[in-house]
Design a protein around this ligand. Sequence first.
Ligand code: FAD
Ligand code: SIN
Length: 525
Amino acid sequence: MTRKFDFLVIGSGLAGISFAIKASQYGKVALISKSSLDDTNTSYAQGGIAAVTYDPDNFEKHIQDTLIAGDGHCNEVTVRKVIEDAPAQIEELINWGVDFDKDELGKFDLHKEGGHSEFRILHHKDNTGFEIQKSLIKKIRKNPNIEIFENFFAIEILTQHHLGEVVTLHTPDIECYGAYVLDQETNHIHTFLSKITLMATGGIGGVYATTTNPQIATGDGIAMVHRARGVIQDMEFVQFHPTGLYNPGERPTFLITEAIRGYGAVLRCKDGREFMQKYDERGSLAPRDIVARAIDNEMKIRGHQFVYLDVTHKNAEQTKEHFPNIYKKCLSLGIDITKDMLPVSPTQHYLCGGIVVDEHAKSSIKNLYAAGECTCTGLHGANRLASNSLLEAIVYADVAAKHAAKELDTIKWNEFIPNWNDEGTKLPEEMVLITQSFREVEQIMSTYVGIVRSNLRLKRAMSRLEILYRETENLFDRSVVSREICELRNVISVAYLIIKHALRRKESRGLHYTIDYPKRMKSER
Ligand code: FAD
Ligand code: SIN
């Protein structure tokens, strides 16, 4: 079945929904989500969203903090644009019904996180993302110009390749005409034709054995664009959050927000000694890459599985008031954070690289825009500053909507795209062929492509992955399409890109640390 829309939005997180709301002023929008609308990384965000709000903070300080965290790899023009646009975007979120905490004087209660020189994180308790997601969903459900497709899985974007042309990296003007999308209830594959497509598929946590990301985070958008020969960059910069709650077997890992360190919590070894000053004068509030590496090192030296985060010296009532969800979660595991230290360890959390977009959120493929975690805008450089991600998602959704609105009338649907052909395929004989390969990818990546890397480990990871790649492509060609086989293909593509880009970088910078090239090269951009 073929469906036609002006805009096709793939993803229902902050990037996708905010774009859909804005684009709906100009045409009909299809918003698809592979799970329920609220099953997104956005829903999980705890700390909040960074923006300059009051004196003594100012744009220059936020810009410098972002550039320092990014370790010389940010695009300064992007950084300035995003940070200066932040207050207007925050106002828009508030107008859409998002409630940020205020103090007794009615001023916003701002938090501080690692790498920030000022208190500037707007938040809703310790579940900001849930508040944003809930408010936005309420808004789009009422919008007659947005048609919502939950449990619809995007398989491939449509390009000249689907008209029988050979498309390579060197093909000029690759165009996007929409996507093939699997309805997971009926198993029918629909052809969604669109004039403009926005990729907003979020993160890649599914590539690693432990992650703070929910199950939907399998890097589908990045893999789809890579297969369509779009430009992908900076995949080596995978961010590990220093403080995932150590609770073996729990997936996703429960996050202990960095805001708790901004509030005064400190990291300690099992014997109770503080260790962060040894690594950085900013101590427990140094940027994430430094803290995660320091914890990793302490754990390796001592042979421990975790370190402790200690907030017991702070006022118990205030701790419960600021971090009610963390308090409740830990209590359910027998840890009272007002009295006990909590065990934490670094966990995959975020990807700084992805689909390369310009200042209008346009990808290298014509009529394909991208926003949010699946992109590489130049804002984060080699290491994202805490709470800059929600900000990036909303700013880029905004510029994408504005630019796409101007282009819309110049684009026509491509009516020649054939429907999906599944001739000669059958159900996979055994599901275990897929699930086990998934586990193998996670193991390879967590063992060889983690916080500390080396040429030897990366090469070993690549050779193991090649076997999985060949087996999976073979299985895909023979099988009826399912979400599971598509996700497996996607995590393999994403893992491949991370390793390839890591092998290419002959230095240590930001989140990419290799024992073979421990120093940073002089300068870059
Ligand atoms: P997401 O919110 O992840 O949405 C992705 C959407 O794409 C989903 O709807 C999914 O179903 C859909 N999708 C994916 N693949 C397909 C497909 N093939 N077909 C159809 N649909 C598909 N950032 C901050 O700035 N501040 C924070 O405090 C913060 N805390 C965080 C805490 C946690 C635990 C986590 C995991 C992340 C946190 N982040 C934070 C990061 C931030 O939440 C994400 O980077 C951001 O929400 C990403 O938004 P997005 O719209 O790009 O993607
Ligand atoms: C956190 O709350 O520590 C996560 C913030 C982020 O990932 O930006």
